[in-house]
Write a protein that binds this ligand. Sequence first.
Ligand code: F6R
Length: 368
Amino acid sequence: EKGGHKHFMHKEIHEQPRAVADTLRGRMLLSEGDVHFEGWNLSADKVRALTKVTILACGTSWHSGIVGKAMIESLARLPVEVELASEFRYRDPIVEPTHLAIAISQSGETADTLAAFKEAKARGATALALCNVIGSAMTREADITILTNAGPEIGVASTKAFTTQLVGLYLLAVKLGRMRGTLTVKAAQEHLTALTEVPKMIEDVLKCEPSVKRVAREFMGAQDFLFLGRGPMHPVALEGALKLKEISYIHAEGYAGGEMKHGPIALIDEKMPVVIIAPKQPHVAYEKIIGNIEEVRARGGKVIAIIDEDDTHVATLADHIIRIPAASALLAPVVATIPMQLLSYHVADLRGNDVDQPRNLAKSVTVE
Ligand code: F6R
């Protein structure tokens, strides 16, 4: 059932080209520059009248929400707030009938997300579920459901659910952008064309596994890890840290690069590996991230840099490099997440941990 893989998590990491292709299939109308979602029932008037999107999620799904914010804001020009579901409902949130509430959840059963989603709906928001399990509680609550089609995810650590959520959010951002008139047909076609390349891009990035494994071997004994990323790489840094904590039980923190000097820099010494996610893109502030690398090196920290295939500069500054294919700003998070998943997987496996069933964790958190 694991198809030759040692763990479900490893199988699910390698399934991502297929999972993403299944999430895209039948939804991209390339010649029209539009997106088709089964059961979409929001009128153009309603979409144009939207004033805000509120994303509700927990854990890894919350990280995908942060990426989704960038996608929806840039393509549909709608303000997006990303809320931890467990906080949202306890603070008398402002919800209007012109708001779209999006619950993001692999299982569709996470108690906090479900409760927040119900709360937003009760206060008049339109409720959209981005979910991997058809018939789950969230899909039953939703006015509209977009399925991620990742297939069953068995490993407790979320992998293919996350990347399929990212492409699902991208499709949604294109759809909203077209309906609101903020995205031209031509621009939409370019985004959709980029999306068609994602399965192949993931196949390519999976080839970094041997270099990730070497890094895992070198740092499997570390007590702490720091993950840094700017712009669209910030949620990838958060996700890298969460994955590592969950299955390797190594303390890890994810930070936006610019925040380092406001505190975490105090932690850096020669024992501290720092994963710096530094593909070369305008939104990542490449020069600034190079500054981060120098700051870490100056304090003896060990830099593991995730960089573009053709990068020649960072390659000379870092202690270890992991190369990934170049991607657009909105798709780079999909690509850059793969080495994060592989790193946590191999560290956990080398430490002899139960990768698919990490201690203290459940696949679906149905208590609040
Ligand atoms: C991380 C992980 C959890 C879930 C979170 C939400 O690997 O699996 O953080 O992402 O519990 O679960 P869903 O997406 O099912 O609502």
